[in-house]
Write a protein that binds this ligand. Structure first.
Ligand code: ZN
Length: 343
C-alpha cells in the first residue's frame, strides 16, 4: 500500500472513530517506522519525511474529529439550572402524546352549557387585591366574615398597603364583570357572565380539601330578576351537566354579598335511598347563591332601585368528583398517570 492510499484509509478511520487518538497507535504506523532502517541510506530521508507528513495529517484530522465529538456530546440539560449555556432549544413532544386534563375538559363543558344559556365566559386572575376580594363584595375592613376566606398573600402590597392575595373565590370577578357589561343594561339587555377559574385556600389537605381548586362564578343582572330565575338557571345547568332531571331545593344562608342568600342543594344523582356520596341524606349541598346585594350593584355603578340580579359560586372539582365517583379531591392536582389515563 503506498503512503497516499494509506493516508486516505487512516483519515477515514479518524473520521469514523469515537476515540480518534487511537489511530496514531495503528499497526500501519509501526510497520512504516519498522521499514525505515531496512531502506537504502539515500532513501531513508525522503521516506522519513513522508511518514512524518502522514503523521501530521492524521494528527490534524484527530483534532478536528475530537472537536466534532465534543460538540455533539454536551452534558445533559440540568433542569435545576435553566440558563445552562449547554441547554439546547427543547424539542416539543407531539401533542398526540397527551390529552386534556379531565378538570379542563369539565371546565370547558361547564362553560359551554352556560354559553348556550346566553352567558359569556370571563377569566379570573391568580393574584388580586383585597378591594376586589372583600370591599366590592360588601365585606368592609374588619368584617368577621373575612376570616372564612383564609388564603395566600404576597409580600407586595396594593395602594392601601394591604398584601395582594391569591383569590379565595371567583367572586372577585363579580364587580369587574358588572362594570365591564354595564352598558348592556342601558340597551335593555342583561348582564350574564360566568367565570370558571382557579381559586386558593390556606387549607390542611385531606380527601375533601385542596389548596388549589376551581369554581364557576355566575353573575346575572337585568330589570325584574328574582329568586325564581336563579333557581331555574341553576337547575337547568345541573340537569344538563348530569344529563338527567333533578330535584333541587334552597335553604337560607348568609353571605355578605348576596341578600337574601341561599345554600343550593340537589337531590343525590346517585341513589334513591341514601348513599356514601350524599352521606345517606339523599341531598347534596352544592353551592352558595343569592340575589346580588344592593351595595355590590352600587360598587359597580348600577342603580339597585332599577336593576336586580343573582350570583352563584359553585366548586367545579366537587361537580366533577360527584359525576365520576372520584373519592379524593387531591387526585386532580397529583399528576398521577394511572388517574389521568382513565379519562
Ligand atoms: Zn346518595
Amino acid at each position: 500500500m503506498d503512503i497516499e492510499t494509506l493516508k486516505n484509509t487512516l483519515l477515514q478511520r479518524v473520521g469514523e472513530s469515537k476515540a480518534p487518538n487511537e489511530v496514531l497507535k495503528a499497526s500501519e504506523f509501526r510497520e512504516l517506522y519498522a521499514k525505515i532502517p531496512t531502506l537504502a541510506p539515500e532513501e531513508r530521508g525522503a521516506f522519513g519525511r513522508q511518514v512524518n507528513e502522514l503523521k501530521q495529517a492524521v494528527e490534524a484530522a484527530i483534532q478536528v474529529r475530537e472537536a466534532e465529538l465534543e460538540e455533539s456530546n454536551v452534558s445533559p440539560i440540568d433542569v435545576t439550572a435553566p440558563f445552562d449555556i449547554n441547554a439546547k432549544k427543547p424539542t416539543l413532544l407531539p401533542s398526540e402524546n397527551g390529552t386534556t386534563h379531565p378538570l379542563m375538559q369539565e371546565i370547558q363543558l361547564v362553560s359551554d352549557i352556560f354559553n348556550r344559556m346566553g352567558f359569556v365566559t370571563e377569566e379570573s386572575r391568580e393574584i388580586d387585591d383585597q378591594y376586589h376580594m372583600f370591599e366590592t363584595l360588601n365585606f368592609p375592613k374588619g368584617h368577621p366574615a373575612r376570616d372564612d376566606y383564609d388564603t395566600f398573600m404576597t409580600v407586595e402590597t396594593d395602594k392601601d398597603g394591604d398584601p395582594l392575595i391569591a383569590p379565595a373565590h371567583t367572586s372577585t370577578m363579580q364587580v369587574r364583570s358588572l362594570i365591564k357589561y354595564r352598558d348592556n343594561l342601558a340597551r335593555g339587555e342583561s348582564i350574564a357572565v360566568v367565570v370558571p377559574d382557579r381559586v386558593f385556600r390556606n387549607e390542611d389537605l385531606d380527601a375533601r380539601h385542596e389548596h388549589t381548586f376551581y369554581q364557576v362564578e355566575g353573575v346575572y343582572a337585568a330589570k325584574g330578576v328574582n329568586v325564581g330565575n336563579l333557581v331555574a338557571t341553576l337547575q337547568a345547568f345541573l340537569e344538563e351537566y348530569y344529563g338527567r332531571a333533578l330535584k333541587t331545593r334552597i335553604n337560607p344562608f348568609y353571605f355578605p354579598f348576596t341578600e337574601p342568600s341561599f345554600e343550593f342543594s340537589l337531590e343525590c344523582p346517585f341513589c334513591e335511598n341514601g348513599c356514601n356520596i350524599c352521606s345517606q341524606s339523599k341531598w347534596i349541598e352544592l353551592l352558595g347563591c343569592g340575589m346580588i346585594h344592593p351595595n355590590v350593584l352600587k360598587a359597580a355603578g348600577i342603580d339597585p332601585e332599577e336593576y336586580t340580579g343573582f350570583a352563584f359560586g359553585c366548586g367545579i372539582d366537587r361537580l366533577v368528583m360527584m359525576k365520576y365517583g372520584i373519592e379524593d379531591v387531591r387526585h386532580s392536582e397529583s399528576g398521577k398517570l394511572n388517574f389521568l389515563r382513565q379519562f
